[in-house]
Ligand binder design. Sequence first.
Ligand code: FES
Length: 120
Amino acid sequence: MKTLADLRAVKEQAKKEMAAREKTAKYRVCVGMGTCGIAAGARDVMSALLDEISKRGVEDAVVTQTGCQGYCDQEPLVQVTQPDKTVISYGKVTPQSARDIVAQHIIEGNVLSDLVFKQD
Ligand code: FES
């Protein structure tokens, strides 16, 4: 696990990059960072998402965070708002499945149906 200082540095760098693409992003990726999300590993999920997006040079996605969503049993929770504004909610996301969300959903456009617990 990374230290708090490492995570803060990643967050600051990501904030700068995300601000630049906020208006043009096709995909919005939102991580539940409420208390139970963090307890379930949301920090590592956030870190994996940001790292994978950076490594793969994805420029049409923005990552944000939110608080309590009321789905404690599904944390860590990642919601992907698609270009058509539908929202896919992934539950029990691990750092590896966060990387898969970037590679398969954000880049290829294929929803990882095994991880979906809700679609709006
Ligand atoms: S306390 Fe768990 S989602 Fe709100």
